[in-house]
Write a protein that binds this ligand. Structure first.
Ligand code: SF4
Length: 702
């Protein structure tokens, strides 16, 4: 904070763009928020959600005091109860009988201590995050190709590229400020933009070429692209020979999978001429960035989709170079930070996986951990299935709303109802807090300090500019207090988020010797003042006084044992579930422009709600006619997993046979529960990410 001006530099709590925000308190106490012109992610811009942040700071639905069994309690009693219940379950049933379900909304310091407690001291890896629903397929794809979960590029590559391919990403609505940067570059230098998306979204409506692909055909499309690049002499043979392994197997499978252009176009349900144009654009533009998001990740074959894209970039050597590279954009503000500290059940910490026994030993030594986990834990869908089956007997949910957002949400609610002991720490009352045996009030955005990492590996500070209301406390402090009561006080005696960050940075460098790209060793000695003043910078960060890193892999070196990237042969499989006579429509789900997640923050802002005041299902005109539905009808949507209701909108933006429903609404904001109730708990076998983009449904007039 600049104490002279009363201006605090912080970071937006919504999407993975990670925009800088200035919070200014006037002498009369009024607060004004605006974009930070000095933040490299947004240069002062904010989208509709970020601009309305100031209207979300009220006490609407805030949790202000701990509750035990629905009755107000003192912090000491609540923390004692959580520690004793968890200790008791562990003593009777073992460490794998407990679980944590955390959130990409948490700050890195919160995430770090939660992960350390579960994986180092309780001795289970049953901690997973709602980021599993967001980008786990990208993590798995990166690890297969690069040897580590690394996004090679920077946002400025969007502005330096001659061609930007957006796959499964309504960037205009879901990463708006990044999209504005792309559109500015397009106006200034004529960047060509291709959108690959089944829907004609706001992003698709403005691009040079829209490919309204058959849902789930992404692997086929990118296999076709790889085959075209080979056939047209567009490969970088020198790069392939010097820096990669496995090309021959990958191209053989890709060519066989794709077949002729006519066959490929039929498989993708695309115009062959449009498909050829895309291939020619990709082949001709060395400066190409391919951006992928939830349309790729949220799939039963999401990891293969990611690797099909990465194969094309490796084959052309377009990686880690100005204006060239594959680029995963994350949904949440700190999905990346969670990945760094081990918020995923299959990662230990500091980008060390469970497949490396020496790495596990290294973390164990660093933490002086009495009971380090040595096997991956349960991923999100598995975790809630284990709760429902009674194998998880104590669950702590932090900062997320799985009763609405998880697939097969009705079954998740039943699982929570049946669980012996549920703790929820959150900022506001949600559909999930209803299931809490102990409810812990957490400090909200603007009330606590810490760091987040955005989609370009840039670590930024979130800073406090308000006092927490009532008895609310930062998540890291709550977790450490429980850890101390469980007998792990020596390892959780942190007095500030800066202390936690220093340990996190030191762990990232411990016995690393450059083997992992994730390294914050240069920040391991930060003083409290230096932490307070920490400017945004991208990792790796080897020196305290140095700037953050730029692009990675530009030198062709990868963090694999032999330093080479891997081509992954992939075959088109299509969606896991198919439409039939009973459930004839394929339902896609996603975000609206002005809402965030399950609306627990944005849902209370009238001007944001005005954009879409109620849940609406988009239908193609011919489908609406076939189903005897008219514009504005109230429809009932049923799948094999549950049902919900939404108002009908008829639009040519939908493909015939497909429908779209926003993910946001819940029992709090609409007459019935939401999209998660309909979705199948079917996951990618590698990433564990659920298929949220394709569920067969029946739609009838209510
Ligand atoms: Fe916040 Fe994302 Fe909007 Fe930036 S683009 S203001 S990070 S929601």
């Amino acid at each position: 904070m600049d104490s002279n001006s009363g201006v605090v530099q912080t970071t937006c709590p919504y999407c993975g763009v990670g925009c800088g925000v200035l919070a200014e308190t006037a002498p009369d106490g009024t607060l004004a928020l605006r974009g930070d012109p000095d933040h490299p992610a947004n240069h002062g811009k904010l989208c509709s959600k970020g601009s309305a942040l100031g209207e979300t700071l009220g006490l609407h639905h805030r949790l202000l005091e701990p509750m035990i069994g629905g009755r107000p309690a003192r912090w000491d009693a609540a923390l004692d109860r959580v520690a004793s219940e968890f200790s008791s379950v562990i003593a009777r049933h073992g460490p794998d009988a407990v679980g944590f379900y955390v959130s990409g909304q948490l700050l890195t310091e919160d995430y770090y201590v939660a992960n350390k407690l579960m994986k180092g001291f309780i001795g289970s890896a049953n901690i997973d995050t709602n980021s599993r629903l967001c980008m786990a397929s990208s993590v798995a794809g990166h690890k297969r190709a690069f040897g580590e979960d690394v996004v090679p590029g920077l946002y400025e590559d969007f502005e330096l590229a001659d061609l930007v391919v957006l796959v499964g990403s309504n960037t205009a609505w879901c990463h708006p400020v990044l999209y504005q940067r792309l559109m500015s570059a397009r106006r200034e230098r004529g960047t060509r933009v291709v959108v690959i998306d089944p829907r004609t979204t706001a992003t698709a409506a403005e691009c040079d070429l829209h490919l309204p692909i058959r849902p789930g055909a992404d692997v086929l499309l990118f296999n076709g692209l790889l085959a075209h690049l080979a056939a047209s002499g567009s490969l970088d043979r020198d790069y392939i020979a010097r820096h990669t392994e496995g090309f021959e197997e990958a191209i053989a499978l890709a060519a066989a999978d794709a077949g002729s252009l006519v066959h490929l176009a039929a498989g993708c349900d695309l115009d062959p001429a449009a498909l050829r144009l895309f291939f020619e654009l990709f082949a001709a533009n060395a400066r190409t960035v391919t951006v992928y998001s939830q349309g790729v990740n949220q799939s039963a074959h999401g990891t293969d989709k990611v690797n099909a894209i990465l194969n094309c970039h490796l084959a052309t050597g377009r990686i880690g170079k100005p204006g060239a590279g594959p680029f995963s954009v994350t949904g949440q503000p700190n999905a990346m930070g969670g990945r760094e500290v081990g918020g995923l059940a299959n990662q230990l910490a500091a980008h060390i996986g469970f497949e490396h026994p020496a790495g596990i030993d290294s973390v164990s030594r660093f933490w002086n951990a009495p009971n380090i986990a040595r096997q991956p834990g349960l991923k999100a869908v598995e975790l809630f299935e284990a709760v429902g089956a009674g194998r998880i007997k104590a669950l702590w949910i932090m900062g997320t709303n799985p009763a609405v957002s998880m697939p097969d949400a009705g079954k998740v609610r039943a699982a929570l109802r049946s669980c012996d002991f549920v703790v929820v720490s959150d900022v506001v009352a949600t559909d999930t807090t209803r299931f809490a045996d102990v409810l812990l009030p957490a400090a909200a955005w603007g009330e606590k300090d810490g760091t987040v990492t955005n989609s370009e590996r840039r670590i930024s500070r979130q800073r406090r500019f308000l006092p927490p209301p009532g008895a609310a406390r930062p998540d890291w402090a709550i977790i450490c207090d429980v850890a101390c009561r469980m007998g792990f006080g020596d390892a959780f005696a942190f007095r500030s988020p800066a202390e936690i960050f220093r340990e996190h940075a030191a762990l990232s460098a411990f016995e690393n010797e450059g083997r992992r790209r994730f390294d914050l060793g240069g920040l391991a000695g930060l003083t409290e003042d230096a932490y307070d003043a920490l400017a945004p910078r991208s990792w790796p960060i080897h020196h305290a006084d140095g700037a953050g890193a730029g692009r990675l892999f530009g030198d062709g070196g990868f963090p694999t044992p032999d330093g080479r990237a891997r081509f992954i042969p992939v075959r088109h499989e299509g969606p896991a579930l198919h439409v039939d006579d009973s459930y004839p429509i394929a339902l896609n789900t996603g975000r609206m422009r002005d809402q965030w997640h399950t609306m627990t923050r944005t849902g209370h802002v009238p001007r944001l709600a005005a954009h879409a005041p109620e849940p609406v299902v988009d239908l193609h005109p011919a489908d609406a006619a076939r189903l005897d539905l008219a514009e504005g009808d109230l429809a009932r949507l049923s799948s094999r997993y549950g049902f919900t209701r939404a108002r009908v909108r008829i639009t040519g933006d939908q493909r015939l046979g497909d429908a779209f429903l926003p993910m946001h609404w819940s029992g709090h904001f609409a007459a019935s529960a939401a999209a998660g109730t309909l979705s199948a708990p079917i996951t990618d076998p590698l990433s564990g990410q659920p298929e949220l983009k394709h569920v067969p449904v029946r739609i009838t007039r209510e």
